[in-house]
Write a protein that binds this ligand. Sequence first.
Ligand SMILES: Cc1ncc(COP(=O)(O)O)c(C=O)c1O
Length: 397
Amino acid sequence: MKSIQELESTYIINTYNRQPGMTPCLVRGEGSYVWDDSGKKYLDFLGGLAVNVVGHCHPAVVEAIREQAGLLIHTSNLYYGGPQAELAEVLVENTMPGGKVFFANSGAEANEAAIKLARKNKADRYKIITAESSFHGRTLATVTATGQPKYQKPFAPVVEGFSYGIFNDLDSFNNLVDDQTAAIMIEPIQGEGGVYVAEDSFMKGLRSLCDREGVLLIFDEVQCGMGRTGELWAFEHYGVMPDLLTAAKGLGGGLPIGAMLAREPYRDVLQPGDHASTFGGNPVVCRAALAVLRILLRQGFLKEVAEKGACLRQDLENMIATYPALGCEYRGMGLISALGLKKPEAKNIQAKCTAEGLLINAIGEHTLRFLPPLTISRSELEDGLKTIRRILDEFNA
Ligand SMILES: Cc1ncc(COP(=O)(O)O)c(C=O)c1O
């Protein structure tokens, strides 16, 4: 019998660079833990890259999926469907009352919908400004929105009309706006770019700039949203409401979903025939998302996230003080956090953590990223941090 690794290298296009012998083959999950095919247990500080916000196989999510799968798995979006409408109500009322939502299947698709809405909004405006080092997806338009040339280069020519300001530099955005600008799109916290948090004055300044110039403000909260910062959405920390908001990742509790929310007066820009998705708003996925949102919206849940985030920050800052040669800065908010490293050791530290049963993520060689489930307990958090401390000890030498 061929091993999983052999099957994969024979039949799967190698875009993820999984390494035989190094990359675990994960087969089961429960709460903050996953297990590989040899039975080894890992504490998950990566949370499916910000997807598993309520941990692995949360009973409420499993039950919602089971129940809906026995009732109706899919119908066409040509028909009404219950879970989609229920999810829309909870999502809109807790995000931008008076708005509406379009359901897609991923973060990139949610952003595609936002880009299309922004371009349709005013016929003579088609340009979109995003930030350098941003990440908005891998489809052709969203990879163009992604302000990282390395992702675009092999696929040139990319989509027309995109330009890039410098994150947290309002003037650089100001200078790019003209009378053909349709939208400015940014992540309030740049995730893939290395966990960089937008400054308050930058967010407020973007809102004023967009209001003054008749430009839509789009926040991509695919990674930093869904409770990760201790509020349901990162924008709540700034008191700055976007015109369009995109979400995905954590929303489906592990099932694929994307959502693009549009506030009044943009909620009806897209009309029948303008946009569609075969699977968008699938009943099973929407039931899972409803279960996730109900957990996040429980009294005290998000406050807990903020408190656990503060513990994580304190611990990482202590590590920076303990290992001055290695750690140089803390970045993040709540449970989207990073340890910036002076030494180019992030990938080696990640590999060592994996070997010791802790899943974390290296972004390049200088950043360790932490995206644990929001349901992680304080003792699990402490356990993982202990492992990291022990490993940093070795690398500090
Ligand atoms: C901020 C942000 N936007 C969009 C995306 C793309 O999401 P997806 O991979 O679901 O298309 C990501 C993925 O990492 C992301 O972090």
